[in-house]
Design a protein around this ligand. Structure first.
Ligand code: SF4
Ligand code: SF4
Ligand code: SF4
Length: 269
């Protein structure tokens, strides 16, 4: 049987949260045996949209990450369940069997993605089922079906060839793949020291000090530059040059987005 997977494109997600509403509409008050019992009215987010505010004024960007169970092949939740209640379907979807779950909470603690919830009224642990009941009827999961921007797609598992893994350090081999996960940027505004005016057309080069790679861009009409897609936790040499000015050199560590603020170039003597 072919495996299923999700592919989430962060660049397409607008944070509208329709997926959250649709998931609740599908599952609150509805039981889909054997895959799950009803989700409670409040407190559960089998899919949640994490808002990530990046940068600082004037260079700010919001990224939205729709987070659901990653349907891991090497799932810690399965390893810790002494009842054997967490299982993987033939198509790869991971589910918690409500018939045997004792709601001990170990899986909730073990899941590095924080996507398991305890249902106190029913005495079971619950999470995204991948809408297994719909998939078995040849339908798409509700969140996928409702997303107006196709930020979440679902189908045969070929995402591994093109998709990224969210938090690969967990090594859980997720069946949810990602595109456009936020990568650090280096940004700033180039200014003339004497005139206190912006410099457009300055050349900005970031050279990776670990790999033989460099990226060059130019400051725009407002003197702004913005180099996106830098590797995390790397050191870069940043060189800013413009004819008639002394070069500006700095070492930048991408332990997050790096806003250089105002970069002042001195006129060459
Ligand atoms: S419905 Fe789609 S665009 Fe809206 S928050 Fe969910 S994933 Fe993002
Ligand atoms: S994301 Fe968490 S709950 Fe889902 S399969 Fe992986 S470890 Fe289990
Ligand atoms: S696949 Fe179904 S259960 Fe999972 S988050 Fe989407 S709507 Fe909710």
């Amino acid at each position: 049987m072919s495996k299923n997977s999700f592919l989430i494109d962060v660049e397409k997600c607008t944070g509208c949260k329709l997926c959250i509403i649709a998931c609740k509409d599908e599952h609150v008050g509805n039981s889909y045996a054997p895959w799950t019992q009803p989700q409670p009215d409040t407190g559960h987010f089998w899919i949640d949209v994490q808002a990530l505010e990046r940068g600082r004024i004037p260079r700010v960007k919001m990224s939205y990450l729709p987070l659901l169970c990653q349907h891991c092949e090497n799932a810690p939740c399965i390893k810790v369940c002494s009842e054997g209640s967490i299982k993987t379907r033939d198509d790869g979807l991971v589910w918690i069997d409500p018939a045997t779950c004792t709601s001990c909470g170990l899986c909730q603690d073990a899941c590095p993605y924080g996507v398991i919830y305890l249902n106190g009224d029913l005495g079971v642990a619950q999470k995204c089922t991948g809408c297994a009941h719909r998939v078995d009827e040849g339908e798409l999961p509700r969140c996928v079906d409702v997303c107006p921007h196709e930020a979440i797609v679902f189908g045969d598992d070929d995402g591994g060839e093109t998709g990224e893994i969210f938090h690969p350090q967990y090594q859980t081999e997720p069946r949810v793949y990602w595109q456009g996960l936020p990568m650090p940027w280096i940004a700033g505004t180039v200014i003339d020291a004497d005139e206190n005016e912006v410099i457009s057309g300055a050349s900005i080069t970031s050279m990776d000090l670990f790999e033989p790679e460099s990226v060059t861009t130019n400051s725009d009409a407002f003197g702004d530059f913005w180099i996106r897609g830098m590797e995390k936790e790397r050191k870069y040499q940043l060189e800013i040059s413009k004819e008639g000015y002394e070069d500006f050199l700095a070492i930048v560590t991408t332990d997050g987005d790096q806003d250089m603020g105002t970069v002042v170039l001195k006129r060459a003597s």
